[in-house]
Design a protein around this ligand. Structure first.
Ligand SMILES: Cc1cc2nc3c(=O)[nH]c(=O)nc-3n(C[C@H](O)[C@H](O)[C@H](O)COP(=O)(O)OP(=O)(O)OC[C@H]3O[C@@H](n4cnc5c(N)ncnc54)[C@H](O)[C@@H]3O)c2cc1C
Length: 393
């Protein structure tokens, strides 16, 4: 470790690595500090080990932030196609799983190796297992006091990410630095996270653990139509993770278990065409058998459809097409994919990622109040914001 660098970057995750080699390309002497014994752990575990590294259709509409327009400059300067070109340059094989989501064919390690090899090419000095004791500022530089020595630089980049999955290295470091430098942080909550429920619904979910189907989930005008999975703790799957980013405590979510069809119309027709069939059997033509039985059990609907009143059919169709439930909470940061909220973007220049009040101090990636939908958008934000800061530090 030397004691003077052009740029010090704290956090060797997606955004920090990207920013490091981009600054290196401009001839900057870069030091990248990581407190864990391994870099880029979130990339390693992402996308089920195959890293959904970007999305072909990523736009600012895939992000939640107090300032929806903040991310536009970064995305304009570094797009998903730029990152795909980098992936291709490193001969990494990938495929589109669905909805524009690009995954590695082999493993997420390919992406980590690519980022490390770019850093090596640009002579970025990476220090793992390095604890940061404090960060201060004098007239011309930022001074970082670590357990391996004290270093300084005119530019410092905070790329320490959000709070999710503390056991692989997440900390509140970035938010503490924001506090130290008097920067506003918006409310932080776990997002892209499974939802949990009180006893009645929990028991229903437990009895169906492992059952999955396509469903649409709605809060106000926001709707996601993707997979839903019943679990021993409640509800999960892509549609639930997506809606969790919009869920506010004590508010209901509306679940349509058969999004493309009106089950009331179907049941009324079947009352005429197959009057002797029991309702759960008919439902199982459209829904998983276990779920059909559980719904009828829950609503105590046991009769043949021919003997079932309109009122009962309405109850069944409400459950199927408009199941309204109030989650008691989320599984929290231990399983959340991201943190919703972060350093207020009003504090940061959208064209450089530099802090308006403190020249030379930059924030990139998830630590900012920019939260992507599920599907590769969060990594694209890390790449784009890391790239942008790399051009100015
Ligand atoms: C299970 C899981 C799966 C995911 N899958 C996907 C996916 O497939 N696609 C997608 O787009 N997004 C995915 N995400 C989200 C994505 O991983 C993050 O949004 C992204 O990694 C954020 O990048 P970042 O560089 O800002 O932060 P991070 O990647 O979290 O990097 C922050 C780094 O800073 C280090 N750090 C923290 N505190 C300190 C400190 N005090 N001192 C020094 N270093 C510190 C951390 O150890 C870490 O290495 C997933 C997240 C999880 C948890």
């Amino acid at each position: 470790m030397n004691n003077k660098y052009d740029v010090i970057i704290i956090g060797a995750g997606a955004a920090g690595l990207m920013c490091s080699f981009e600054a290196g390309k401009r001839g900057k002497k870069v030091c990248l500090l990581e407190h864990s014994s391994k870099i880029a752990e979130k990339i390693r575990i992402s996308g089920g080990g195959r890293c959904n590294f970007t999305n072909l259709f990523s736009t600012d509409n895939n992000f939640i932030s107090d300032n929806k327009h903040f991310c536009k400059s970064a995305f304009a300067k570094y797009t998903q196609n730029d990152f795909i070109d980098l992936v291709k340059k490193h001969n990494i094989q990938f495929f589109e799983k669905k909805l524009g989501q690009l995954f590695c064919i082999k493993s997420a390690k390919d992406i980590i190796d690519m980022l490390v090899s770019e850093c090596i090419s640009q002579k970025v000095e990476i220090f793992i297992d390095t604890k940061i004791k404090n960060l201060s500022k004098d007239e011309n530089s930022y001074i970082v006091n670590t357990d391996k020595g004290t270093i300084s630089s005119p530019s410092i980049v905070i790329a320490t990410g959000g709070l999710s999955i503390p056991k692989i290295g997440a900390t509140d470091f970035g938010y503490q630095i924001a506090k130290q430098f008097n920067l506003k942080v918006t409310e932080l909550t776990p997002a892209l996270v499974p939802l949990v429920f009180e006893k009645d619904i929990l028991d229903f979910c437990k009895s169906l653990a492992g059952t999955s189907l396509n469903a649409s989930i709605k809060i106000n005008k926001t709707v996601f139509k993707e997979g839903l999975i019943f679990t021993h703790r409640g509800l999960s799957g892509p549609s639930i993770l997506q809606i969790s980013s919009y869920w506010v405590k004590d508010s209901p979510i509306k679940i349509n278990l058969l999004p493309d069809q009106d089950i009331e119309v179907i049941l009324k027709n079947r009352r005429i065409s197959t009057p002797k069939q029991i309702v759960s059997k008919i439902l199982s033509d459209y829904l998983p058998n276990k779920l059909s039985l559980a719904i009828c059990d829950q609503l105590k609907v046991k009769k043949q459809i021919g003997d079932t009143s309109n009122q009962i059919l309405k109850k069944v169709s409400n459950f199927v097409n408009n199941w309204t439930v109030v989650p008691s909470g989320t599984e929290g940061y231990k399983t959340a994919e991201v943190t919703l909220g972060g350093i207020d973007t009003k504090e940061i220049s959208s064209s450089t990622m530099e802090c308006k009040k403190h020249p030379g101090l930059y924030f990139i990636g998830e630590v900012l109040d920019v939260t992507g939908h599920l599907g590769g958008h969060n990594f694209q934000w890390a790449w784009s914001s890391g790239f942008l800061a790399g051009q100015y530090v």
